[in-house]
Ligand binder design. Structure first.
Ligand code: PEP
Length: 254
């Protein structure tokens, strides 16, 4: 089974609409000719920037995603945005359960599961983040933590529901810290995630599901990570904010 690599940028709470348009335009203009050989490319700006970035990305292979979604269709949920509302901006993907949302905004595996099912039902591709903290890794609990997250985040979903799902393994201790997981550490967890998926949904889903690595990925360390058999791309924070770095990561995935 060959899985197309995906290079995804998480812009977090950065870039105004004008700055986002400038960044996506620079990425678009810097892409090598011959789109066939490219990995899938995704950028995830803030809510207020989505429409402008979707417009600026038109005519290029760059897809646009949001950074969160609510599970209800509408209602009394101040500050939230539904999947159908996101779709009106032209986005195709949504990041769910990023560790910053888990850490600062009370996101739990139960709410990740609700958001993921709502995204799938609306036809958005969810990029679901899992990862262990440094304390959990040092206590030897990495696989227990990751296994429990995968089981809970995709609870009550079917193999058909999983068809478009993308998973991002992001060790919390590696996000924005400059500390990257070694190629071997990342590969070990990615292979484990695939094993859990096989137990839950069967071998076909496990083989087909793309699992991205995230956590201080940059041009200098990407080649080794992307060469691992179970690493299907990257979810990138800091290095996604500079067109030359993001373009170098796209190049590393080719
Ligand atoms: C992220 O926020 O998903 C991320 C991986 O950030 P960084 O690349 O900056 O570590």
């Amino acid at each position: 089974m060959s899985r197309r690599k995906l290079i995804a940028g998480n812009w977090k709470m950065n870039k105004t609409a004008a700055e986002g348009v400038a960044l996506v335009t620079a990425i678009k203009e810097g892409l090598p000719a011959g789109a066939d050989a490219l990995p899938e490319i995704l950028v995830c700006p803030t809510f207020t920037t989505l429409g402008a970035v979707v417009e600026a990305a038109k005519g290029s292979p760059i897809e646009v995603g949001a950074q969160n979604v609510h599970w209800a269709a509408n209602g009394a949920f101040t500050g939230e945005i539904s999947a159908d509302m996101l779709k009106t901006t032209g986005v195709t993907h949504v990041i769910i359960g990023h560790s910053e949302r888990r850490q600062y905004f009370g996101e739990t595996d139960a709410t990740v599961n609700q958001r993921t099912r709502a995204a799938v039902a609306a036809g958005l591709v969810p990029v679901v983040c899992v990862g262990e903290t440094l304390a959990e890794r040092e206590a030897g609990k990495t696989m227990d933590v990751i296994g429990a997250q995968i089981k809970a985040d995709f609870a009550e979903m079917t193999a058909a529901d999983m068809a478009t799902v993308v998973i991002a393994y992001e060790p919390v201790w590696a996000i924005g810290t400059g500390k990257v997981a070694t190629d071997e550490q990342a590969q070990e967890v990615h292979a484990f995630i695939r094993k859990v998926l096989a137990e839950m949904f069967g071998a076909a889903v496990a083989d087909a599901t793309r699992i991205l690595y995230g956590g201080s990925m940059k041009p200098a360390n990407a080649a080794g990570l992307l060469a691992q058999p179970d690493i299907d791309g990257g979810l990138i924070g800091g290095a996604a904010l500079k067109a030359p770095d993001f373009l170098a990561l796209i190049e590393a995935a080719r």
